[in-house]
Design a binder for this molecule. Structure first.
Ligand code: HXC
Length: 508
């Protein structure tokens, strides 16, 4: 008996060593943690329960039978984050470069299947040289098995990917189908084809970091959501994000105690809107002053800064926040902002997270490049997302709500449940000057100025919209938190269903 237990322990120790001390040292020398160290940081202390530690590859080519490493390059199992269950896989670069074999894929699929059965998030820590080259098509099949599960899990359990090393070729498509992607700066990269292929095909010379590093993907492409300086920061951020999310689409949003009074008044909001309509202010301030304890987890902070998306809490319960940011492009909606917020709204709707929308939008961004790159189709994504969302939707117009963008931003007409406006709101087809120049074309400068003043007096306010019932109430800015909290309480029992369909046809 004792010898069999000793054998088990011996095998466990060997498996935990992965590809060996030299490769572990090499991983550390790159400033990266090992697969197991990462799980220790990610999960509550002592909560990790490993599965499939002794799985081995089944490849018989290229001398592979002589190199068998238990676990086969990925550590899988479950654990808790702040006491809540999550399933995890963590690719081990010290074992065949973390490359994905048939068995490696089976291990990932097993934890994904378990997560789906019980309704728990899946967190993938990616650090891999891609398909296990020695296995060929068996490895490609393994990827596709993972892809299929990513799709079936989408909208059922939250899926989070951390890119903590290489992630290239078709391997990028598993993270791409998860809900959120975090990357580590100067240490991770994602691309479909690397710098060498790019050079051969297009003659462009580019580094890995510039082509597919954390900064490129979290600012330019928007493929990844958030970038962090090192493994530890990324893992802590993952813990924080998971803390906001329900464990599945069958579970309620998490709730935690808060000392922040639900009816806390914020007098500073009464003066936050500048006197001049063209002067910006920071929408983050309004968001933070409304949310519990000023906490706000922003998604894609470096991409499409003209719209802000992220999670906060009201009375301890998670809400999704979408807000135009007057400090960037005057808060206009453009292609990137529409895509970013459209996806965020759909995530919230899928997981029953109420959406709070702060509006200060002068319209869609004009321009040849916007039109030619499809602002019509991309703008429609955000419109579509808001219109199909059945979760509680509370909208606060702080200043401008012009044109089609007024409609898009969770307006009453898109089934907004509570549509509030501050007294500073201006709800109109367009800005006064532009409107007058069209209606009264040919008038002199003085007359234009007079007509503009008249138009402003008539339309640059929330009262016209309120008189039609498009705005439910004009509220004091200082009372915003109280009104939102009350609204959310009353909307907890909201029931709304869209007509049956196989699925919709959102303009992709
Ligand atoms: C098998 C691999 C491997 C792979 C790396 N290794 N990638 N083994 N299959 N795909 C092994 C190496 O042989 C080496 O083993 C160890 O992992 C570490 O690799 P190094 O090259 O020494 O590390 P580094 O210098 O850091 O370079 C990392 C790397 C490079 C950039 C990822 O290894 C690389 O380019 N690998 C090949 C990438 C690739 O072409 N993958 C297939 C893409 S196609 P030893 O024993 O020496 O330590 C693909 C299709 C997916 O993924 C399609 C899905 C639909």
């Amino acid at each position: 008996m004792s010898s069999t237990i000793a054998e088990l322990e011996r095998r466990r120790v060997a498996a935990r060593l992965g590809g060996g001390q030299n490769r572990i040292d090499a991983q550390h020398a790159k400033g990266r943690l090992t697969a197991r160290e990462r799980l220790t940081v990610l999960l509550d202390e002592g909560s990790f329960e490993e599965l499939d530690m002794f799985v081995e590859h089944n490849c018989v080519d290229f001398g592979m039978p002589e190199t068998v490493i238990p676990g086969d390059g990925v550590v899988t199992g479950s654990g808790t984050i702040n006491g809540r269950l999550v399933y995890v896989f963590s690719q081990d670069f010290t074992v065949f470069g973390g490359s994905l074999s048939e068995r490696h894929a089976q291990k990932i699929c097993k934890v994904m299947d378990m997560a789906m059965k019980v309704g728990a998030p899946v967190i993938g820590l990616n650090d891999s040289g891609g398909a296990r080259i020695q296995e060929g098509v068996a490895s490609l099949g393994g990827y596709a098995e993972v892809f299929q599960r990513n799709v079936l899990a989408s909208g059922v359990v939250p899926q989070l990917s951390l890119i903590m090393g290489p992630c290239a070729g078709g391997a990028v498509y598993s993270p791409a189908m998860t809900d959120y992607i975090f990357m580590v700066k100067d240490s991770s990269y994602m691309f479909v084809t690397g710098p060498d292929v790019v050079k051969t095909v297009t003659n462009e010379v580019v580094t890995q970091e510039a082509l597919g590093g954390a900064v490129a993907h979290t600012s330019k492409s928007g493929v990844a959501d958030n970038a962090y300086d090192n493994d530890i920061e990324a893992l802590f951020a993952a813990r924080e994000l998971i803390g906001y999310l329900p464990t599945s689409n069958r579970a309620p949003v998490p709730e935690r105690p808060t000392a922040d009074a639900w009816d806390r008044a914020e007098p500073s909001l009464d003066t936050i809107i500048p006197d001049s309509a063209n002067q910006p202010y920071d929408m983050h301030e309004i968001i933070r002053k409304t949310m519990d304890e000023g906490d706000f987890f922003e998604i894609q902070p470096a991409h499409a800064g003209n719209i802000i998306c992220g999670f906060g809490r009201m009375e301890g319960r998670t809400v999704g926040v979408v807000a135009n940011q007057p400090m960037v492009l005057a808060g206009c909606l453009d292609i990137n902002a529409s895509k970013k917020a459209g996806r965020f709204v759909r995530f919230c709707d899928a997981f029953d997270i109420p959406i709070i929308t702060f509006v200060d939008v002068p319209g869609f961004l004009p321009g040849v490049s916007q039109e030619h790159n499809g602002i019509i189709k991309h703008g429609a994504k955000l419109l579509f997302a808001y219109a199909e969302a059945t979760v509680p939707k509370i909208t606060i117009i702080t200043r401008k709500a012009y044109g089609g963008a007024y409609d898009v931003m969770a307006s009453k007409h898109l089934r907004g449940d509570l549509n509030y406006a501050w007294p500073t709101a201006e709800i109109a087809v367009m800005g006064a000057k532009g409107a007058v120049e069209i209606i009264f074309r040919g008038l002199g400068a003085d007359e234009i100025a007079q007509k503009t003043a008249e138009y402003e007096a008539r339309f640059a306010n929330p009262f016209v919209a309120a008189s039609k019932g498009f705005i439910d109430e004009i509220i004091h800015p200082h009372a915003t938190r109280r009104r939102v909290a009350l609204g959310l309480r009353k909307l907890r029992g909201k029931q709304l269903e869209n007509p049956w369909k196989k699925h919709d046809n959102i303009p992709l």
